[in-house]
Design a protein around this ligand. Structure first.
Ligand code: HEM
Length: 405
């Protein structure tokens, strides 16, 4: 694991790879909102961190000045040495800019419609119950390791048509892409090349043995009346793995982490099941896992702060969700909050395309967990660990089960 020079100041030297960042992120955002709402760091070639809802939304909507080509902020060569993959980017459509973005996004929409996604409900429910059955009668279970992390990796591997036996490899790869951001560029590049070779082999297998799954869907898709290029097919598979795994795992884990510490919320959710959809939206607001990055493509400003072409920007949607200017009692989970226009799934042209699937997985995972374990608490708050980087969620989450159904 790469070692990160500890942060000296969150205002002038922030680093999302410092373990203290995700562990204390809500407090850091609160502090910055009051003192320095567009923080800066010289790390990563120079990058900005706006934390208000207004600034995060303005950048997300402004595709004239901010490019999505660098959606993950990590160590990389200086901008002048980049080989640009525009307009497709490495993982379309999340790394694509207009006008290509709209076409790359449109072709994926049918695969993630509410109707298509809903068909997965029985299988997700079966998997969640099986994971809990496998815990036997342990008093302390790890809700991140034994439960949350397994759900999205299973679902996306099954949807894509990739072998479930390779689940550990998928998690390792996503870990390298999203968490080893402080590693040397060459090391990350090696992992990408290995993934590219792995996926190219599976794409070839799908070409030789056509299958009715998401890889098959991509191979049949057309853009500008032509089949997708191999670079586009593999890039989109990488995106679906990266976007689908850590994000949902983090949301499920954070929701359980909250309920383990708020018995009255847990009690209400167990006893008023009709609250579940509203409560899930509030947990998504409060524990939104995903921060995205942009690159400044033309000199401009963020909230009055000048930014230069080539600078990077982190877009912490989770910080926007906790802005008291927009959400009353922003720092409290109100599980029956009625007005809740949160931005956990982003906003603007890149708004999450997998939100129907993410909501389905999160709803069923939480529902099954609290049905089977109507009472639980943190086994030891100090043994909870958090992810590094742009996706925030618990990675170790031991809970003591005090009642089983
Ligand atoms: C709780 C879970 C999830 C959260 C919070 C989340 C959040 C986000 C956010 C904030 C964006 C916007 C990116 C940007 O502005 O640059 C995004 C984009 C995207 N997400 Fe999700 N996501 C989740 C799960 C998923 C899943 C399960 C999938 C599919 C397997 C998925 C697929 C995508 C795709 C394809 C995009 C790119 C859309 C575009 O560029 O037009 N996400 N997601």
């Amino acid at each position: 694991m790469a070692t990160v020079k500890p942060v000296q100041s969150w205002e002038t030297d922030w680093d999302h790879a410092d373990p203290a960042y995700n562990q204390n992120a809500p407090q850091i955002w609160d502090q910055l909102r009051g003192t320095c709402p567009v923080a800066h760091t010289n790390r990563y070639g120079g990058a900005w961190l706006p934390v208000t809802h207004a600034d995060v939304s303005a950048v997300a909507r402004d595709t004239d000045h901010f490019s999505s080509e660098g959606a993950v902020l990590a160590n990389r060569p200086p901008r002048e040495e980049w080989v640009s993959l525009a307009p497709i980017g490495a993982a379309p459509p999340i790394t694509s800019d207009p006008p290509f973005h709209a076409d790359a996004r449109r072709l994926l929409l049918p695969a993630f419609s509410p109707q298509v996604v809903a068909e997965w409900e029985p299988e997700i429910r079966r998997l969640c119950n099986e994971l809990i059955d496998n815990m036997g009668d342990l008093d302390v279970v790890d809700a991140a390791v034994q439960y949350a992390q397994n759900i999205p990796v299973y679902v996306i591997a099954r949807m894509l048509g990739l072998p479930l036996e390779d689940s550990d490899y998928f998690r390792e790869t996503v870990h390298m892409v999203l968490e080893e951001i402080g590693a040397e560029f060459g090391e990350r590049q090696g992992a990408f090349e290995k993934l590219d070779a792995y996926l190219t082999m599976h794409v070839q297998d799908h070409i030789e043995n056509p299958k009715d799954d998401l890889i098959g869907f991509l191979l049949n898709a057309k853009i500008y009346d032509q089949p997708l290029s191999p670079q586009h097919v593999v890039g989109t598979i990488i995106l679906l793995m990266v976007a689908g795994i850590d994000t949902t795992w983090s949301s499920i884990g954070s929701s359980i982490w909250h309920l383990a510490q708020h018995p009255s919320d847990l009690h209400r959710m167990v006893n008023e099941p009709e609250l579940l959809p509203t409560a899930i939206e509030e947990l998504l607001r409060m524990y939104a896992p995903v921060t995205m990055a942009r690159i400044v493509s033309q000199d401009t400003e963020i909230g009055g702060c000048p930014v230069k072409r080539g600078d990077s920007v982190l877009l912490p949607f989770p910080a926007a969700n906790r802005d008291p200017e927009v959400f009353p009692d922003a720092d409290k989970v109100i599980i029956d909050r009625e007005e809740n226009r949160h931005v956990a799934f982003g906003l603007g042209i890149h708004r999450c395309l997998g939100s129907n699937l993410a909501r389905l997985e999160l709803r069923i995972a939480v529902q099954v967990f609290i049905q089977r374990f109507p009472q639980f608490e943190l086994a030891d708050p100090n043994s909870v660990t958090w992810s590094l980087g742009q996706v925030r969620g618990p990675r170790k989450l031991p809970v003591r089960v005090t009642q089983r159904a």
